[in-house]
Design a protein around this ligand. Structure first.
Ligand code: ACO
Ligand code: ZN
Length: 281
């Protein structure tokens, strides 16, 4: 019932202030009741505490000494940094991040139990601090081999390749774990578009370079993408034939080139040599 209420409730908070941006929200988010009579919320861009009035935020900024998300910086390349935040060690931050994210996520339920999750927060850093551009969450232990629960690029930063970077990052973590992964379902329209784009680009690049036959299993081992996701992607690209009860990849070079041309920009790449991380135990 609670979930159903969340889905059907009308939007409460109309705009938020976050760092140097004022952002219009997309969906309802279950902020504590005392915030529900407010149209605009003011977020501290570093600790993600939220307030009803600008003066409160100004006072907060004078004493808040965070300049980046709490937790470990596990990746840095140029001005881009990724922080890993343990929901158990930083409960309030995790909850604040979920409240914020739900404003842009339609069908996802909010996780009240942030203990069970790690949050990977991507930042653009300058001399004023590390400014969050987006994040993804990941269960510490997933029975269903999910390597990503929720993903968000904040609206001012969307369509610049950060989404694909976050997706690529989630697969790099899976590779380090020696596991295949898949995003939690359901995916939003934008989520599906981004994943389809990522899977397509990664698989086409390998097929283009690879000489001779290659199986879905081998592709899965190389990419940490779950076999089912590889199959649906290659099927949608019409690169799969069904012969004698088996799916066979038919990577005709001309078809590959045509798809590669249509596949769009590669986006921002994850430089694996700059990822310093060991799997959660
Ligand atoms: N219209 C059309 N296509 C789009 C759009 C759009 N508005 N946004 C993204 N895409 C597609 C494009 O194919 C794009 O690739 P291209 O630019 O090479 O054509 C691809 O998605 C990825 O674009 P990025 O710039 O890498 O992604 P972005 O930083 O915009 O983030 C994301 C994508 C995270 C899905 C973002 O749209 C978002 O935060 N949406 C709101 C929250 C959401 O829906 N999250 C996914 C829920 S599902 C889940 O969490 C498991
Ligand atoms: Zn703060």
């Amino acid at each position: 019932l609670r979930e159903h209420e969340e889905f059907t409730k009308v939007k409460n908070i109309a705009t938020i202030e976050l760092g140097r941006y004022e952002i219009e929200t997309w969906y309802f988010s279950p902020f504590p009741p005392e915030y529900n009579d407010t149209l605009k919320l003011y977020f501290c861009e570093f600790c993600l505490n939220f307030m009803k009035r600008q003066e409160q935020l100004q006072r907060h900024m004078r004493k808040c000494d965070l300049k980046h998300p709490p937790g470990d910086e596990i990746y840095r390349s140029g001005t881009l940094s990724m922080f890993e935040v343990d929901g158990k060690k930083n409960k309030v931050y995790g909850q604040n991040l979920c409240y914020l994210a739900k404003l842009f996520l339609d069908h996802k339920t909010l996780y009240y139990d942030v203990d069970l999750f790690l949050f990977y927060v991507l930042c653009e850093c300058d001399d004023r601090g590390c400014h969050m551009v987006g994040y993804f969450s990941k269960e510490k232990h997933s029975e269903e081999s999910y390597n990503l629960a929720c993903i968000l690029t904040l609206p001012p930063y969307q369509r610049k390749g950060y989404g694909k970077f976050l997706i690529a990052f989630s697969y790099e973590l899976s590779k380090k774990e020696g596991k295949v992964g898949t995003p939690e379902r359901p995916l939003s329209d934008l989520g599906l578009l981004s994943y389809r784009g990522y899977w397509t680009r990664v698989l086409l690049d390998i097929l283009k370079k690879h000489k001779g036959n290659i199986s879905i299993k081998e592709l899965s081992d190389m990419t940490a993408i779950k076999a089912e996701d590889i199959l649906t992607t290659l099927q949608s690209l019409e690169l799969i034939q069904y012969r004698k009860g088996q799916h066979v990849i038919c990577a005709d070079p001309k078809v590959l080139d045509r798809h590669l041309k249509a596949a769009g920009r590669g986006g921002l790449d994850v430089d694996v040599s700059k990822l310093i991380w060991t799997p959660y135990k």
